[in-house]
Write a protein that binds this ligand. Structure first.
Ligand SMILES: *[C@@H]1O[C@H](CO)[C@@H](O)[C@H](O)[C@H]1NC(C)=O
Ligand SMILES: *[C@@H]1O[C@H](CO)[C@@H](O)[C@H](O)[C@H]1NC(C)=O
Length: 225
């Protein structure tokens, strides 16, 4: 863009200082319709000031169209960036405990490893440890669920780097209302790259899963920051 403007500026200055050529042109050839609006004509009149002003019109027109096309290309670039999903942002996982039956109770908090993986896009969920590690800074969504009998306490807590975030918990029933139940909870978290999210079965509680996919841990990147 800047080169075009430079050329135009040189053209205007050159035309203004070149009245002799314009004179020659006047004598030699008949002026075309197009040349009437060009600065050459006004240069021939010998008035350099009006020449410069008239010469500014094409310059301004060029500048304005250059700015318009610059804006259009910037809009396009912005659109392209917004529309681009980069491979490192394809982050989503979902896994259940698998066909394990009862898990627990243990005397201390027990890290749950959800072994039956439905999806692990980006491989950020570790199927050996049950830990999800954020690959990029961003906003993430997580959900967990747990299933068991209401006669037994069930407590699952989601942690971020050792800090408790959310829990699902049932107070055990001892009366005739005993039944099976499922609990769930979810949260949206801002994570730094490398932050770890995982679930513990709290001490002295039970959780259950079989082939019915009852107890699940799932999460995905909502948007990077
Ligand atoms: C947990 O629930 C399952 C059925 O969904 C049941 O078979 C199991 O006995 C329950 N575990 C405990 C400890 O109550
Ligand atoms: C559990 O997940 C498997 C896929 O891994 C699916 O085939 C099955 O139908 C699911 N079971 C239930 C009860 O939804």
């Amino acid at each position: 863009m800047s080169y075009n403007i430079l050329y135009l500026l040189l053209f205007v200055l050159f035309s203004c200082n070149c009245s002799s050529m314009s004179e020659a042109q006047k004598e030699g050839e008949p002026p075309t319709g197009r040349s009437e609006s060009l600065p050459v004509e006004c240069g021939a009149a010998g008035n350099q000031q009006s020449c410069l002003i008239t010469g500014l019109y094409p310059l301004l027109a060029e500048l304005s169209s250059s700015l318009q096309s610059l804006k259009a290309s910037m809009d396009k670039e912005q659109f392209r960036r917004k529309g681009t999903v980069r491979a490192e942002h394809n982050i989503a996982f979902a896994a259940t405990l698998g066909n394990k039956g009862d898990v627990g109770p243990f005397s201390t908090n027990f890290p749950l490893v959800y072994e039956k993986v439905f999806l692990n896009a980006g491989s950020c969920y570790n199927t050996g440890t049950g830990i999800f590690t954020a690959p990029v800074k961003g906003v993430y969504f997580f959900s967990l669920s747990g299933h068991n009998k209401t006669s037994k306490p069930m407590a699952l807590r989601l942690f971020k780097n050792g800090e408790p975030m959310i829990i699902v918990y049932n107070h055990p029933l001892t009366d005739a209302g005993i039944r099976y139940e499922s609990l769930s909870n979810s949260i949206t978290l801002m994570l730094e790259k490398g932050d770890q999210v995982y679930v513990h079965l709290l001490a002295n509680t039970w959780v259950f899963d079989n082939t019915d996919n009852l107890t699940l841990f799932t999460g995905h990147l909502v948007f990077p920051l």
